[in-house]
Design a protein around this ligand. Structure first.
Ligand code: AMP
Ligand code: ZN
Ligand code: FE
Ligand code: FE
Length: 281
């Protein structure tokens, strides 16, 4: 079976492999296509596309946005084939990256109060790219010996509800979906199975996002049970949405996930592409 992986992170955000390295790994793993979906940035996309051309592997340009849902908290929205630098999205992403910077400063101040001081420079060195996330802070804490693992850093300090958790500016789900669409892309709800919603409520939320312009749902995901995947495939069929899937590969940041380890059928890519807005620039 031809397999694709439409959800991966590179050094442009919190993945540990550079875009070209990741594309090379995808080719070695025998993938038919790979989607590059860094958090809040498309900075890794050009390098990945160039590598894809060299290796004759289809690279799907993308982004992953963490949005704030009024009742459900944080949800993730994937955007594919957005026009790079499109004014409806690029400026907003820049604001959002700026909001991360402010949040990270607050986290560092709080961590210092909690007896875990870190220099921003250590974190920047770990991050490498322009998007600094909590996984980088967790790695810096581990390196200093404050915690035994990055998971422990989340569990004791950085996860929502823990003492060093700080909010940052995020879009609403509707705004993110709408901006992705206006920037010429297609919007997909990432890993909807992780929030533990049961069927009637899940369907309601899907329909709200569809009204905002949602095109697809990430049905195949390592942490989705078989039942969850089946339910999401079924909801896609019922509401004429494109199912997608991916591993959320981060490299060493989340070592348990392997590239190409998930059986996402390659045909799904055409289904997603068919949802691209008409009259796209
Ligand atoms: P950020 O975008 O900086 O808020 O960081 C979000 C990332 O941190 C997510 O994509 C996950 O990779 C990771 N993360 C968030 N919450 C947890 C948690 N409770 N345990 C482990 N990793 C987490
Ligand atoms: Zn990530
Ligand atoms: Fe995500
Ligand atoms: Fe992700």
């Amino acid at each position: 079976m031809k397999v694709i992986d439409l959800h991966t992170h590179t050094t442009a955000s919190d993945g540990s492999f550079a875009p070209a390295e990741l594309v090379k790994m995808a080719e070695k793993a025998g993938l038919h296509a790979i989607g590059i979906t860094d958090h809040d940035t498309t900075a890794g996309v050009a390098e990945a596309l160039a590598a894809g051309e060299r290796l004759q592997l289809e690279v799907v340009p993308g982004v992953e946005l963490s949005v704030n849902h009024q009742r459900l908290g944080s949800l993730h929205i994937l955007g594919y084939w957005i026009q790079p630098g499109h004014p409806d999205l690029a400026g907003r992403l820049e604001d959002i990256r700026g909001g991360r910077g402010k949040r990270n400063q607050k986290i560092l101040a709080r961590l210092a109060e909690l007896g875990c001081p870190l220099e921003l420079s250590e974190v920047l060195q770990i991050a490498g790219g322009e998007v600094i996330g909590r996984p980088h802070l967790a790695q810096a804490m581990q390196k200093r010996g404050y915690v035994k693992s990055t998971q422990e850093a989340f569990d004791l300090y950085l996860a929502r509800g823990k003492p060093a958790y700080m909010e940052r500016e995020r879009m609403s789900p509707e705004e993110a979906v709408d901006r992705i669409r206006r920037a010429g892309g297609v919007a997909v709800w990432a890993h909807p199975g992780l929030i533990g919603l049961e069927e009637p409520r899940l369907e309601e939320e899907i329909l709200k996002l569809v009204a905002a312009g949602l095109s697809g749902i990430e049905a195949y995901y390592p942490e989705h049970s078989r039942e969850t995947t089946e339910l999401l495939l079924n909801l896609c069929q019922r509401h004429n949405l494109a199912p997608t899937g991916g591993t959320d590969f981060h490299g060493e940041v989340k070592p348990e996930l392997k590239l190409g380890s998930l059986e996402v059928p390659a045909e799904l890519l055409e289904g997603l592409q068919a949802r691209l807005p008409a009259g796209r620039p």
